[in-house]
Design a protein around this ligand. Structure first.
Ligand code: 2AM
Ligand code: CA
Ligand code: CA
Ligand code: CA
Length: 267
């Protein structure tokens, strides 16, 4: 088995993420080519594709034996996390990128032999990089983020969810979701799953539920959140595979199991 060169891969990934971010910032006010995918609110632009192609070219040039699992079609057909796999979302929060021109991120994770080794979430417009190497803590730029230490209740939690779950929907019992909304201190929807995981890691929010995320939305964020002691599970309590669309719950260890058992009745 090939030894994983953590530091080499980490330095390359970090420099490419910063370079891609700078390119996006320079072109943030350019006219956009906007296409739709699965529905009229599922958006993709020329920039999503250009940034993913940028990473794919870099990885294939510098690490020809590695695999790529990514959103916009420039990656490989990945069915297992054996060898080294880069999981990439070139722009997480495309709707925010188009409409708000902020609160979107580049999400990049590297797995080696089934283990999440490197996680990077870059808040492009704020120029803030959340980064982690497994076992070495999570950082916000140069600052080491604290491990979760204090106790937490749902009553004092800020909880992130897509507010559509509080309306009638095909996935989850909306009556129970509304009970959860009433019980927690506040609810937020930021529009970039990767950034939402970065905010969990920073402990400025406490819980998160999302039912339709793909590995490129949450892989890097999950690696960050693991480093501070956060919990991430499928919505039925089983572990994530990081290979397919999975309904997930994440949060402070004191609140996740109660959210799963009392409030998430999957249809
Ligand atoms: P995206 O911008 O990369 O598509 C928005 O609430 C979050 O959900 C973002 O992380 C967004 O990622 C993701 N998302 C948006 N549309 C989606 C869809 N149709 N299926 C799954 N995830 C989606
Ligand atoms: Ca998308
Ligand atoms: Ca995404
Ligand atoms: Ca995306």
């Amino acid at each position: 088995m090939e030894k994983f060169q953590t530091e080499t891969v980490y330095q390359a990934a970090k420099s490419w993420v910063l370079e891609a971010g700078e390119m996006i910032r320079k072109r943030i006010d350019d006219p956009r080519e906007i296409d739709t995918k699965s529905n009229e609110n599922d958006l993709v632009t020329e920039m999503d594709k250009a940034v993913e192609q940028f990473f794919a070219n870099k990885i294939r040039t510098h690490f020809p034996g590695h695999f790529i699992l990514s959103e916009e079609g420039f990656g490989d057909k990945v069915e297992a996390l054996t060898g080294t796999v880069w999981i990439i979302d070139p722009i997480d929060g495309t709707m925010n990128f188009i409409h708000q021109k902020r609160l979107f991120s580049i999400s990049l994770a590297v797995f080696h032999e089934d283990v999440g080794e490197i996680g990077l979430v870059y808040d492009v417009m704020a120029d803030v990089l959340y980064h982690a190497k497994k076992g070495q803590g999570a950082y916000k730029n140069e600052r080491l983020l604290q491990r979760i230490a204090n106790a937490k209740t749902l009553e004092t939690s800020i909880f992130m969810m897509n507010t559509l779950w509080t309306t009638e929907n095909p996935y989850v019992d909306d009556v129970k979701v509304r009970e959860l909304v009433k019980r927690v201190r506040g609810v937020r929807t930021y529009g970039s799953a990767a950034l939402e995981f970065a905010y969990l890691t920073e402990a400025i929010v406490d819980g998160y539920v999302s039912f339709k995320l793909y590995p490129w939305d949450f892989a890097a964020g999950a690696i960050l959140y693991n480093e501070v002691g956060g919990v991430i599970k499928q919505a039925d309590g089983s572990p994530l595979s990081f290979l397919k669309q999975e309904p997930l719950v994440a949060g402070h260890p004191d609140i996740v199991d109660e959210v799963i058992s009392r409030y998430l009745e999957l249809k």
